[in-house]
Design a protein around this ligand. Sequence first.
Ligand code: BJ8
Length: 426
Amino acid sequence: MSNPAYTAMWEKLNLDIPAHDGLLEVLGKFYGDIYMSQQGRLQGMEYLDFVLSEVHGLRIQELQQAKEQGKKIIGTFCVFVPEEITLAAGAVHVGLCSGADAGTEEAEKLVPRNTCALIKSFIGFKLARLCPFTESCDLVVGETTCDGKKKAYEAFAEHVPMHVMEVPNTKSDAARDLFKTEVLRYMQALQQLTGTAITPQALASGIRTVNAKRRALQRLSALRSADPAPISGRDALLINQVSFYDDPERFTRSINTLCDQMEDRIARKEGIAPAGTPRLLLSGCPMAVPNWKLPYIMESSGAVIVGEESCIGTRNTRDLVDESQETLDGMIDALVDRYMKIDCACFTPNTERLHNVTAMAQELKADGIVHYALKFCQPYAHEAFKIEKAAREKDIPVLSVETDYSMEDAEQLKTRVEAFVEMVRG
Ligand code: BJ8
């Protein structure tokens, strides 16, 4: 993955070149072991392999070209930041690196040690000068979701230009009003940054583009109810991860082509694993690139993952924005309604998630659920108890896992996952 052709660009972005080369080397090896070792992958996955191999290369080059054309780059860490608005302002919306242990020592000088790996990762990537996305950003947009993130953004703001959106903790009418105010404030900040007034036409187009991307991912998700499973969970997770980096229109076309291939495969009754392979739903915290440890352990323990109930999964794709509005205000209301349906564990209460997880397990014919919380993530660790109870009431077995980005617990996790797979196999 390290490529001398991009070194000048990375130098210009002030990356730590030797450390970055080292990171890409490890990432390339990790990817080879986890992804390229799979048998019978869909042909359409070649596109995803290519995008990932070029995620710090060609994609960053595209961002630099966009900047030369006067476009602004907006970086985010949460699905509450509306991409529709970013696109309507003619800017580029990207997710930022937060899925690997990097610069942890430096990060722990800014945030407490008992902070989740995702937060430490994005701070570490910045302080260690390893993320070309962060370095390309004209603005990073944070949100007041969990305590860890909202306090971390205070520290992060000393290192990057930041805008923080206030995301409410409840779903009351007052909370919806607050979020609408915040969407308008984000819109204003973007208009100021880009010098572009957001028109109803531009917002309608942004809504259509993001809806089309979500529809393609919904289509992919629904096809996974087939047995044998047409795609591995690792590949499906990768697709969801890439959806945060890639150009949205190009990505949507590629995923629809991949779905056509999945349909052919299903018609031939073929799959990535034999029919009857234990099927698991993965639920919980988002898994950013290259956080593939748990999916790899699950799928190398005799199971196939059939869905990801997370923000890098269906929590981000389940709901669409109503496209029938014609006025700017009507579209913003439609957008706010859609975003207020997100069932993030930061909300209280968050009972709709219990229904969504169990319904998803049933629709995808999952034999069990693996609930995943990052260590020190209070919201998802709390909800693990509730998910276990809700699933038990529907006779769905649950394995609750707490882990981080290190490989130290890999063996221990594998033992637990293998025992769970044997149990659901019955
Ligand atoms: S909408 S899930 S992307 S906040 S793992 S940083 S919650 S302590 S990521 Fe999230 Fe938005 Fe919610 Fe989705 Fe905090 Fe937990 Fe860390 Fe987390």
